[in-house]
Design a protein around this ligand. Structure first.
Ligand SMILES: [Fe+2]
Length: 209
């Protein structure tokens, strides 16, 4: 989209921590980790506009170190924090993830006005239902099985148990190499070809399908 439209790209400023983390895991001595791969790094509370729409940035870590929520008008784009209220919340066991930190981020989202429309990053279509992407803060607070009448300690315990049983996404080690570079492929090696690296011991104890 940037190539086609010239639109600037932006991401949460803590992406620099994600870059530093994966730079070690992949052993990329020359990888810049100052976020220069994007045009703009957003901090907590930053505001911007899309046309006449006013948008605000909330730092929402826990699933990753850099996660952010965009609050735009009466909508919140919450990426991987909350999923649909009949499913639950995002896992917190990837490198840089933390269940307690994710709980705090989710509480900040749930503190938005009840009628705020919540747009999630994924949907897992429980019980074979059709895909969904939208709910409200009130629905999340009342119906989300990971949050409704669940304490912080119960949430952390639930997250740890569930995360220990979830297999790693098959392509996580492939995709992070492109994601961490702002969508660019790795630089070509001396023979002019580009490679993805697969570290064999990066995710200790992880389950794979
Ligand atoms: Fe994710």
């Amino acid at each position: 989209m940037k190539e086609k439209t010239g639109a600037p790209t932006a991401i949460g400023e803590h992406v620099t921590k994600v870059q530093a983390l994966w730079k070690e895991i992949y052993h990329w001595p020359d990888m810049p980790t100052d976020g220069r791969q994007w045009d703009k790094l957003f901090a907590e509370g930053d505001t911007f506009t899309i046309g006449e729409l006013k948008a605000r940035v909330m730092h929402s870590p826990g699933h990753t170190l850099a996660s952010i929520t965009y609050v735009i008008g009466d909508a919140a784009f919450v990426h991987d924090t909350l999923f649909q209220p009949d499913f639950g919340t995002a896992r917190a066991d990837f490198p840089g993830g933390d269940a307690k930190v994710l709980w705090n981020s989710i509480q900040q989202i749930l503190a938005l006005p009840d009628a705020t429309r919540v747009f999630t990053g994924h949907d897992y279509m429980p019980n074979g239902r059709e895909p969904q992407w939208e709910s409200t803060v009130a629905e999340q607070r009342e119906r989300n099985p990971h949050l409704a009448r669940v304490s912080e300690a119960e949430y952390i315990a639930l997250r740890h148990k569930r995360d220990s049983e979830l297999p790693m996404p098959k392509l996580i080690l492939h995709s992070l190499q492109v994601n961490a570079r702002g969508g660019q492929l790795p630089e070509p090696e001396a023979n002019g070809k580009r490679y993805l690296k697969i570290p064999l011991d990066a995710l200790e104890g992880a389950a794979w399908d």
